[in-house]
Design a protein around this ligand. Sequence first.
Ligand SMILES: [Zn+2]
Length: 309
Amino acid sequence: MKIFDAHCDALLKLWENPQRNFTNANEIDANYERLVAGNVKVQCFALFAEPDLTIEEKYQSILKQVELFQSEILSKHNKMKHIKDWRDVARLKEDEIGAVLTLEGVDCIGDNLTKLNIFYQLGVKSIGLTWNQANLCADGVGEPRGAGLTLLGKQFVQNNNANLVWTDVAHLSEKGFWEVIELADYPVATHCNARALCDHVRNLTDEQLLAIVNKGGWIGLVWHPIFLTGTEHATISDCIRHIDHLCSLGVKNHICFGSDFDGISVYVNGLENASKYPYFINELLKHFSEDDVKLFAYGNFETYIQRLT
Ligand SMILES: [Zn+2]
């Protein structure tokens, strides 16, 4: 079954060590061979800069990751196709995999709107304002101040709207979340779970989940044990509990996957990397109808992007 995965940090792993081979490096959870084995059809690749760098260093780091995306992921794998326009997804051939660039936190941009436009031109399709800390646009979930969006942050969301770019609320403060819901035409949560089942600050309350859905967005459920159970241990049953919870809210048409592979160091038993998706899907098929599993795995994403083309 085809998979859409809304979040991985493989580019960060390449940036940390460009000697790593995207084709099959064991350290890369979402490497090429694993994406193929997992039937992943469209994979989002996050651009993310370490929080302890300066704004300029972050920008350099992100540019390097864009370069690695080109040189290591696209150029060396002729079946990997850069999705710069959502219509490119429908054009993917049977054996091709779509690669989407996303930006996790706009720290690297500072207040430079030209740089923001450059990211749009590079084909970045989803932008989250923050990681866990504050920046010039907003506070992240880890910022005790808990502020919402600055004027600049609001400008970024408006520019996302104008460019049909998703505004990702994962990692954003709760106040920021509600302001994005107000302003964004395309709010999504690329890697978050249900707070009702796992009371972690990175997860979303039922009210928040419904607010995203009411704006037409979707939630990429994340396969990080900490966000599934609050511990370092989780099984596929825990993933199913979170999916079930969203279904009970009546939002099964807005459930997607956002693994966070390569951004996590502990894993769900049986879902340790992208190659395990077929096993995962088989487990889901024991609990949900085939039609519903197809929606979660790919169909909901496919429906969503049809609205953007
Ligand atoms: Zn993240």
